[in-house]
Design a binder for this molecule. Structure first.
Ligand SMILES: *Cc1c(COP(=O)(O)O)cnc(C)c1O
Length: 220
């Protein structure tokens, strides 16, 4: 199968999972994660009408997407990887959605850059649902208060939560936790589910799934 065929098949899986869960058709957004793949791999999806893409590195996205955006101005680029504060300016300039706000310093830098550039990407807070030492994200116990501080102290609009469950655990309980925290924090977007578990994520209430290898093929 080529990229477009795999994309159509992922979309069909999502539609079926929505149906099975009694959710509205089309209530889950698909973000196609193009990291490590060249612009040439992205083009067929743009031509098929797809617009939401995810990249995990600011630098790589900067080398790939400005040219694609000049041809497709309405594409929406999501940052799904950790953000260093010295890259906040580039991230605000380049991305339409930043899914990985996870600490005070980043919130402060983003607020300053958004004000300076007069550009307001959508922001999600990343939650480390598994309390993993090596993983980015705010701890679950602190997530709701952090969202409140982003709003009150930094004047940011937070529209979603995002998580990456531990690789060696069932994803379902992590998805349930993220959904519960999203309700408590009062955000609409729940970004969870990757190639291995996007159908489970849809069943657990994801409104946005981030799928890479199931569309573009296994990364080398
Ligand atoms: C790479 C990545 C994905 C996509 O992973 P696949 O398993 O290839 O679908 C999703 N989310 C994040 C944060 C990633 O870094």
């Amino acid at each position: 199968m080529n990229v477009t065929a795999r994309y159509e098949s992922v979309k069909a899986d999502i539609a079926n999972a929505e149906l099975a869960a009694g959710r509205n058709p089309g209530s889950t957004r698909l973000v196609a994660v193009s990291k490590t793949y060249p612009a040439d791999a992205v083009l067929p999806l743009l031509h098929a009408g797809h617009r939401h893409f995810g990249e995990n590195r600011v630098q790589e996205a900067a080398s790939k997407f400005p040219a694609l955006r000049s041809e497709f101005p309405d594409l929406a680029l999501h940052l799904i990887g950790p953000l260093q504060s010295n890259k906040a300016a580039d991230a605000v300039a380049l991305f339409d959605v930043i899914e990985t706000v996870d600490r005070e310093k980043i919130a402060r830098e983003l607020a300053r850059e958004m004000d300076r550039q007069q550009k307001w990407p959508e922001l999600y807070v990343q939650v480390n649902t598994g309390n993993e030492a090596q993983k980015a994200g705010i701890l679950p116990d602190e997530a709701v208060a952090f969202v409140a501080r982003c709003r009150l102290e930094h004047g940011l609009t937070i529209s979603g939560l995002m998580c990456i469950p531990p690789v060696d655990e069932q994803a379902g309980p992590h998805f349930d936790l993220l959904r519960k925290l999203a309700g408590e924090a009062g955000v609409d977007v729940i970004s969870m589910g990757m190639s291995g578990d996007y159908e489970i994520a849809v069943a657990h209430g994801a409104t946005s799934v981030r799928v890479g290898s199931a569309i573009f093929g296994v990364r080398s």
